[in-house]
Design a protein around this ligand. Structure first.
Ligand code: BG6
Length: 466
């Protein structure tokens, strides 16, 4: 069956500043958390490729936006880097601002809607050194940064986002010990998660204020982007498995969904955390701040489902209560390069959850994509990568999106992650996600893959052209 997408449904590209821009020391950009980690131990990064390079977007933004246009993509998301826009005195860096003004102008010239995110795991290092998200002053500093960005670009950007996947830093840096500083401390992770919820809410408050004061476009909107995937457990669960599901869903999804739809945090989760001594420190007045956290719409990043079961051990290595263990579904299909399960129906299940539980909130699929290693293997005689696996991946997911829409989900778009190959944190350039290849041995030259032609034809069908 030929896939068709509805008219007016956003089809675009997702990317981020720290993964694409490069130019890490240009125009007085500050050192980021990633630059610091790269300097400290570059062998933690695949092929020793640290945070410095991106995919050369800083120099090639015009070419890239024109490429988006040539594929008929109607929108793209990137992020402002806090390190580029602000100086250490929390004042605007005019050279950094000039770059983002050029990006906004170029998107406009090409008639592409720009979705601008303010934070994609990329804290300025001097703030990280002061305790990062564990420190309330950093929460305040983020609000200053957000206010500065709204005032500076308010007439150029319609769609704003406070955070991309706010769950990732508490998880990767504080709970799982996967990213520098490699901590495994659930309690500190919870404090970080709470402070990010406050930072999000303060930024939304700044956005509303900036709108009232006339700095923003009249129809400007603010959103939050998260990996909201609904968790699953065994088909025949015990009450303990269901409890594991409740807390996983509570910390990963409901925490952000309740915050962004009703300006509160889930009471049952806070109670459980309190009962086991893991509740974050809250101050008088915080409730009022959190109330500001309601947004206009949401982004849903989806790569893989979360599957959990009751934990074998009651406490973790540090002595904190464990809420869940991973559950390996016997029928799972894997993206072996990334080690992530491929389960397109998860996108539909989320759409149905939104329809049932948060019917007034519209959302879009803000990331979905397939990273594959050694794509050179798939070149044809003309040198073009034949990434049929990627076409199949996107088609399967979009089919479930369309089914969710048919059944009433308020989903208004789809952004593919990494339309142009980019730098993937500690995996650097190991797995390539793009419809467009970046030749690292050929001065970052861009080349279309087979999937680029496929997505172009898909959008042409939507628009009745071609
Ligand atoms: C998302 C992030 O979680 O997944 C992106 O928002 C990231 O920044 C993407 O690049 C793919 O994951 P990875 O680790 O393969 O780059």
């Amino acid at each position: 069956m030929q896939l068709t997408i509805p008219k007016g449904f956003f089809m675009g590209a997702a990317m981020s500043g720290p993964q694409t821009e490069g130019a890490y020391k240009k125009d007085h950009r500050l050192e980021s958390f990633w630059d610091h980690w790269s300097d400290l131990s570059v062998s933690d990064f695949y092929n020793k490729v640290g945070s410095y390079v991106g995919n050369d977007f800083y120099e090639r933004y015009e070419e890239d936006i024109k490429l988006f246009k040539s594929l008929h993509l109607d929108s793209f998301r990137t992020s402002i880097q806090w390190t580029r826009l602000m100086d250490q005195d929390q004042k605007l860096n005019p050279e950094g601002a000039a770059f983002y003004h050029k990006v906004c102008a170029c998107a406009k010239e090409n008639d592409i809607e720009l979705f601008m995110n303010l934070y994609h795991f990329d804290m300025p290092y001097y703030l990280f050194a002061r305790g990062g998200w564990e420190n309330r002053e950093v929460v305040e500093a983020y609000a200053v940064y957000a206010r500065t960005a709204f005032r500076e670009f308010g007439k150029e950007i319609r769609y704003w986002f406070t955070f991309n996947e706010p769950i990732v830093e508490p998880d990767q840096e504080y709970r799982h010990g996967a990213w520098y500083p490699f901590l495994k401390d659930e309690k500190r992770g919870m404090q970080v998660q709470y402070h990010i919820a406050l930072a999000h809410s303060l930024a939304v408050r700044e956005f509303r204020k900036a709108k009232e004061e006339g700095y923003l476009l009249k129809d400007a909107q603010i959103g939050l982007i998260n990996a909201f995937a609904p968790p699953y457990t065994k088909e025949d669960p015990t009450p303990e498995d269901l409890e594991a599901l409740r807390m996983t869903d509570g910390i990963h999804n409901r925490w952000w969904l309740d915050l962004s739809t009703s300006g509160t945090l889930p009471g049952d989760v806070l109670e459980t955390l309190k009962a086991c001594g893991m509740a974050p420190e809250m101050r008088p007045g915080d409730e009022e701040i959190l109330k500001c956290g309601r947004v206009d719409w949401l982004g849903f990043n989806y790569y893989q489902p979360t599957r959990v079961q009751a934990p074998k051990e009651k406490v973790d290595e540090a002595g904190y209560p464990k809420f869940a263990d991973p559950y390996i579904w016997p029928e799972r299909r894997m993206n072996v390069y990334r080690g992530w399960e491929i389960y397109p129906k998860g996108i539909y299940d989320f759409g149905m959850k939104m329809k049932r539980e948060y019917p007034d909130m519209k959302f879009f699929i803000s990331e979905n994509g397939m990273g594959v290693e050694h794509e050179d293997r798939f070149r044809n005689e003309e040198g073009e990568i034949q990434d049929d696996y990627r076409i199949e991946f996107v088609q399967d997911h979009l089919e479930w999106v369309m089914k969710a829409i048919e059944e009433g989900a308020n989903c208004v778009g789809y952004h593919y992650w990494g339309v142009i190959d980019n730098w993937s944190w500690s995996n650097a350039f190991k797995n390539r996600y793009g419809f467009i290849e970046v030749d690292l041995m050929g001065n970052y030259q861009r080349k279309l893959k087979k999937s680029a032609h496929w997505v172009k034809a898909l959008i042409e069908r939507r628009d009745g052209i071609g």
